[in-house]
Ligand binder design. Sequence first.
Ligand SMILES: Nc1ccc(F)c(C(=O)c2c[nH]c3ncc(Cl)cc23)c1F
Ligand SMILES: [Fe+3]
Length: 298
Amino acid sequence: DMSRFAARTVSKLVRAIEQSEGAGATVRRSIGTPQLRNYSPFLMLDHFSVKVGAGFPDHPHRGQETVTYMLDGAMQHEDFAGHAGKIETGDLQWMTAGKGIMHAEMPCPRPDGKPNVGLQLWVDLPSDYKLDEPQYQEHRDKDIPRAKNDKVEVKVISGEALNADGSITKSPVRNRVGVWFLDVRIQPGGKLEQRIPFGWNTFLYTLTGKPHIAGKQVEPYHTIVLGREGDGVAAENSGEEEVRFVIIAGQPLDGQRCVQYGPFVGDSEEFIYQAFMDYQGQTNGFERAKGWNSKIGG
Ligand SMILES: Nc1ccc(F)c(C(=O)c2c[nH]c3ncc(Cl)cc23)c1F
Ligand SMILES: [Fe+3]
């Protein structure tokens, strides 16, 4: 029968180029470069690579969520409230900064000297959540569900995915704003038709291999912005090696302004001004910044 799946088309294809970030770290920035801004609710996607001696020392966040997903190696984190931990390959940290977090994110030593590599996604928050208490949702690789089909595996970091038997695999992550974050591996000869909620902004970031997305072959480290019309993502692997990419889709925060100054993300200039005053004055959620220095931040 006629396929009832209308694939969204590729509306933008941008190679992510390495740039320096933090203290001696390098990132391939996808969303968040001049060519890829204003893609609500997404603020930034960094494909980061960092070795001991470099990292992201003590810094604040307000009014946003940061999603850190490890691809290879491990990062340690420590915040001004004493919350500390380590995320290793395949693990996830979904941090809702809300009214304010100050933390450091540093690489763990690796015996093989390889860099620690992962993805960090920054998501804007609906105004009502911007000044909420901070919250962490942390999940180990083994606890993040997968939807498996013949030659396709979809690891459901956030959101949901369909199984071959028609059942739905859902992530345990609780979202303030609708966000699907899927880590997709397709074996040679495999095909995927992944439905995406109507009207959600959707992009892909390619990691390994050269998948065909909506019929177009794409190299690694490319951001693929999809058009808004259509049922979702059509992908296939017509090569000889496994292909891997992430699909990230989000409900646009329509009607809400986004005013960003680094890690402060508000809906007005006044919000940003207040964030600065609170951070400098160590008030309104930044009290614990007073005299705080992380142990891991060097
Ligand atoms: N300059 C600047 C200003 C504010 C920040 F929050 C950061 C920052 O912490 C990061 C930016 N990309 C990242 N990728 C991965 C990780 Cl673990 C952290 C970051 C930063 F670098
Ligand atoms: Fe941070």
